[in-house]
Design a protein around this ligand. Structure first.
Ligand code: NAP
Length: 211
């Protein structure tokens, strides 16, 4: 029997509160630009570095991510961080997904500011062993700054991607929803409908992240 083909797996990590068009464009660009076979969206379960901040319940963020990605055959959504008890550590996620997709080469896709924080994450050496990192930047982001701030051990594992559509941000969408301003076209239509129907972001529906 021949050896199984190594799959190139993108892992799109984020809080997705809520998922928006910028995230979807980022994943599609990574799929194309790095010749990935699949992009797995992983909504963060309990983002421990957001302790004390209001974050929408994991199930609602998962549901919005699932409906936003359903029409793309190369996109999948994973419950791995939502179902795992305790704080969310990327090192555990990469290990679990690498096993699920084996044999696989992993590419962790997230925002450039999050990538800059990797050395503060749990077990950074292991994180860097498990995957390549694709740092997505918004327009106006100073890529030189990113390169200068990255320590060499991180720099050689980080690839960058400029995404004009990331002018859209989850923070802006939550604010708009709270103020009753439109979010149409900033998020997929079904996500817009979900947010309006449930009143998510309009009241005290978020939950406080516990460490
Ligand atoms: P964040 O601080 O909320 O986001 C940082 C910036 O990156 C924001 O501008 C955000 O924009 C953007 N961003 C986030 N996810 C993105 C994505 N997939 N594609 C493009 N832009 C993205 O970061 P976060 O969402 O909490 O964390 C990002 C990832 O890092 C998650 O998978 C999280 O689990 C992981 N993380 C791991 C550890 C650990 O292992 N110890 C610690 C911290 C974070 P939007 O707000 O518009 O998305």
């Amino acid at each position: 029997m021949g050896e199984a083909t190594v799959r190139r797996v993108g892992v799109m990590g984020g809080t997705f509160d809520p998922i928006h068009t910028g995230h979807l464009v980022t994943a599609e660009e990574a799929l194309f630009g790095f010749a990935l076979d699949v992009v797995v969206f992983v909504p963060a379960g309990r983002p421990w570095q957001k302790e004390g901040l209001q974050v929408a319940p994991p199930e609602e963020r998962f549901l919005m991510t699932a409906i936003a990605t359903a029409s793309n055959p190369a996109f999948e959504v994973s419950r791995v961080e939502i179902d795992r008890p305790g704080p969310t550590y990327t090192v555990d996620t990469l290990r679990d997904l690498k096993r699920a997709f084996a044999p696989a080469e992993m590419y962790f896709i997230t925002g450039a500011d999050a990538v800059l924080q990797i050395l503060t994450w749990k077990d950074p050496e292991r994180v860097l062993e498990e995957a390549w990192f694709i740092a997505a930047t918004r327009p106006g982001y100073d890529l030189d700054r990113l390169e200068k701030q990255l320590p060499p051990e991180l720099g050689r594992r980080v690839l960058t991607m400029e995404i004009p559509a990331l002018a859209i941000s989850s923070t802006d969408i939550r604010r708009r929803a709270r103020e009753g301003r439109p979010i149409r076209y900033l998020v997929p239509e079904a996500v817009d409908r979900y947010i309006r129907k449930t009143g998510l972001y309009r009241g005290e529906r978020g939950e406080v992240v516990e460490a």
